[in-house]
Design a protein around this ligand. Structure first.
Ligand code: COA
Length: 260
């Protein structure tokens, strides 16, 4: 697929997926969503056993993603909502095989906030602004926002932000646990890359299994989640990486992981 609204860059095992409609504050129209799916599929194909980390950010210095494209939203029907165009993309991000880091470099509103919430780790620039304007448009956050924000920060702050539409800045997002770190704008990329490198220094299969098992904490009842954890651990125990990782510790050297 020819991509215009999504730029995908690669540096070794770190991929950067950029939402690239700065003149529309990187709003999510249908084409952008389709291209983002396509870009994720490319990462999945190319990553292989060695693994990957995807850093997601918005083009320009104004916005991460300003939410659903309101000119398209205006024309959407209940059937479009059922087709879950944006929710489907964010579910794909949440369930993506490899970790996804949101580098929030400006407005993360509506679907942009939901995109950040679907990522595994969020870092924000001091200029980041988070909020759910949806009720002011006569709709609700429909791409996971009502569920993922409540699970992340609890019902109180989730309801406050969703019902009032109030925006929060990066500092409050940090205090609430929405983001892991806040940086000056020019250090955001380095901070996100730092997280990516630390993840990539670990066993790729273990990272993949750890994401899958940890996601189960938010998606399943406890007993089912514990079962997922046990199965994921059994896969790790059968891996060359487990043999190498534990042997390397005992031999006081750095592990050479293969991702299998
Ligand atoms: N959908 C469609 N177009 C959008 C958009 C969106 N979500 N967000 C911004 N744009 C467009 C604006 O219409 C404007 O287009 P124009 O130049 O053709 O008039 C352009 O992007 C720049 O937006 P502007 O509002 O002038 O920029 P700003 O820097 O002053 O403000 C925002 C940025 C993000 C705060 C503001 O654009 C905004 O509130 N956007 C809507 C956010 C929203 O409600 N999202 C939830 C949708 S469910």
């Amino acid at each position: 697929m020819e991509r215009e609204n999504i730029i995908l860059q690669r540096q070794d095992r770190i991929w950067t997926l950029i939402f690239n409609r700065p003149e529309k504050r990187n709003a999510l129209d249908a084409q952008t969503v389709a291209e983002a799916h396509d870009a994720l599929a490319e990462v999945e194909r190319e990553a292989g056993e060695a693994g990957a980390v995807v850093i997601v950010r918005g083009a320009g210095d104004q916005a991460f993603v300003s939410g659903a494209d309101i000119s398209q939203l205006h024309k959407r029907t209940p059937y479009d909502a059922l087709a879950s165009i944006n929710q489907g993309l964010l579910t794909a991000v949440d369930n993506f095989t490899w970790p996804v880091i949101a580098a929030v470099n400006g407005y993360a509103l509506g679907g942009g906030f939901e995109l950040a919430l679907a990522c595994d780790i969020r870092v924000a620039s001091e200029t980041a602004v988070f909020g759910f304007p949806e009720t002011g448009l006569g709709i609700i956050p429909g791409a996971g926002g009502t569920q993922r924000l409540a699970r992340l920060v609890g019902l109180a702050l989730a309801k406050e932000l969703i019902l009032t539409g109030d925006r929060i800045d990066a500092r409050r997002a940090l205090a609430a646990g929405v983001v892991s770190a806040v940086t000056p704008p020019d250090q955001l990329g380095a901070a996100a890359t730092g997280y990516a490198q630390r993840i990539l220094s670990r066993g790729p299969l273990a990272v993949r299994m750890a994401k899958l098992a940890t996601n189960a904490a938010a998606q399943t009842p406890l007993q089912a989640g514990l079962l997922v954890e046990r199965m994921a651990q059994a896969i790790c125990f059968a891996s060359e990486d487990k043999a190498e990782g534990t042997r390397a510790f005992l031999e006081k050297r750095k592990a050479q992981f293969k991702g299998r």
